[in-house]
Design a protein around this ligand. Sequence first.
Ligand SMILES: Cc1cc2nc3c(=O)[nH]c(=O)nc-3n(C[C@H](O)[C@H](O)[C@H](O)COP(=O)(O)OP(=O)(O)OC[C@H]3O[C@@H](n4cnc5c(N)ncnc54)[C@H](O)[C@@H]3O)c2cc1C
Length: 367
Amino acid sequence: MISFWERESLLHADVVIVGAGITGLSVAASLKEKQPNHRILVLERSVLPYGASTRNAGFACFGSLTEIVSDIDHMGEEAARELLFQRWMGLQITRKRLSDKAIGYEDAGGFELVTESSRSAIERVASVNQLVDDFLPEYITNTSARKTDMGILADGSLYSMAQEGQVHSGDLMAALESYVTSLGVIVRTGAEVLHVASDRVEVRDSHRGTFDVRTGKVVVCTNAFARALIDVDVEPGRGQVFITKPIEGLKFKGNLHVDEGFYYLRNVGDRLLFGGARNHFFEQERTHDFEVTDEVQQHLASELKRIFGPDLAWEVDQRWSGIMAFGKEKLPIVQHTDDGLLVALKMSGMGIALAGFIGEEVADMIN
Ligand SMILES: Cc1cc2nc3c(=O)[nH]c(=O)nc-3n(C[C@H](O)[C@H](O)[C@H](O)COP(=O)(O)OP(=O)(O)OC[C@H]3O[C@@H](n4cnc5c(N)ncnc54)[C@H](O)[C@@H]3O)c2cc1C
């Protein structure tokens, strides 16, 4: 039950943002930077964001060779270039806003292991580089000579994306929340939104039950969970990962993309974080269920042995999963709906870099 005082002072806003992942908080940051007097309220169902933003691999990346080639073939050059540009620009915004130190940003470099079956992509390196040359100069280069130094034993050529980096995803989200609250954005957790309309949202909390929050505008940033609130082309894709205990003498540093990014591997200090394999378990991973499964985890373990060989000794420290959002089209959905809402979602597997750009785009649509 709601009190008079709560209804008068606490349950209204100029803009309500649903979802406190990296997209929701980036939208809040851009809005508040442009309109400091607006009352911005972010509603998050869980104590901590419970989707992808605090559960990912922390690649600050724009796209690897085979992924870009596949995007060009499916979306055309212009859309593929636009997506790369949005990721690149988004990362610049987030780094500038929060500082590299606060988000644990490292210029670690990204690599892709390209196998013989993707030879046709290798033939397109020059044209891909030309496509993005004005913002990512000399983006992709052959660095196969470094394979042995990095301890990679699996077959394939090694291509590097030098401008790619890493973040500490926990630090990034903590810094982003501190930043938006320092600007005066109100973030309420434990607030599940049950229904959205153009001028109000219905919220449930475990103590008060359900009540309305009045607002001038609603922005839905619930990514893979959006279909519970609106009719939109989004479906969930679970990503399972594990992180090893520290590995003595680990040579590998940076990010490694394998198989069009379906596998992702990075160092976290002297540990390895490894995840993916959705392409082998598509149906089972099309879920909102935050579980890890033996099949996927065993598959990942054998893939890691294939990459570094049986002599690298490692032990899993922790396993978890997060839920991404995908759709028929790869570009994110940032639009007004017929019901007068704004939606910003479907960040696929690259929301870290994209979110800063999406925040600016949404803020421009509101102002
Ligand atoms: C295992 C894994 C690895 C990844 N690796 C990378 C990577 O290396 N680099 C990269 O760029 N991207 C990566 N991603 C993708 C990236 O994490 C996402 O693109 C990004 O986090 C999406 O952010 P978001 O804010 O749009 O969505 P989310 O982070 O999912 O946020 C949505 C929020 O909405 C909340 N919510 C949902 N429904 C409601 C409701 N009804 N009411 C209130 N709140 C609600 C959820 O609790 C959640 O906090 C990875 C994802 C996973 C799962």
